[in-house]
Ligand binder design. Structure first.
Ligand code: MG
Length: 169
């Protein structure tokens, strides 16, 4: 088994849609970025890439025309395919969205569902939680939304990395 961690933050601005976990959320402000700026999906992508030691999202999806305005779920799909090609499957992932507003609790199930569909896994394999910034820092002041994620992956078939002979149990 292998574990990975991901983190992302994007500024909240006027005139952009708010998309988190692949779900469009009605809100007067949205996240600014080259893609749809879905900080939650970006954090999950980085956790998955990190678990497989495949670098980071910026390396695979640079700020080129190809990826301008792209749905981050499409990037997550590609990350899922990269892991499958290398013989990995997701055990589970857990995510935290850091946002002062809007209240994200009603969207948690839809976010887990959308990200699970992109990865071809069960929604029960992806945890989504939300927390506020309590008035502190860019998140607490409502100027940004951040997200953190961890992902645990394993070799499909359970092979994994072999331990030295004497250490096998
Ligand atoms: Mg990002």
């Amino acid at each position: 088994m292998r574990i990975g961690i991901g983190y992302d933050i994007h500024p909240l601005v006027e005139g952009r849609p708010l998309v988190l976990g692949g779900v469009r959320i009605e809100h007067p402000l949205g996240l600014l970025g080259h893609s749809d700026a879905d900080a939650l999906v970006h954090a999950l992508c980085d956790a998955l890439l990190g678990a497989a030691a495949l670098g980071d999202i910026g390396m695979h999806f640079p700020e080129t025309e190809e990826f301008r305005g792209i749905s981050s779920l499409a990037l997550l799909e590609r990350v899922g395919a990269m892991l499958r090609e290398r013989g990995y499957r997701l055990v589970n992932a857990d995510c935290v969205v850091h946002a002062e507003r809007p209240t994200l609790a009603p969207y948690r199930g839809a976010m887990a569902g959308a990200m699970a569909r992109a990865l071809g896994v069960d929604p029960g394999q992806i945890g989504v939680k939300a927390t506020r910034g309590e008035g502190l820092g860019p998140v607490g002041e409502g100027r940004a939304v951040a997200a953190s994620a961890v992902a645990l992956i394993e070799r499909a078939g359970g092979g994994g990395v072999s331990a030295p002979e004497g250490e096998r149990r």
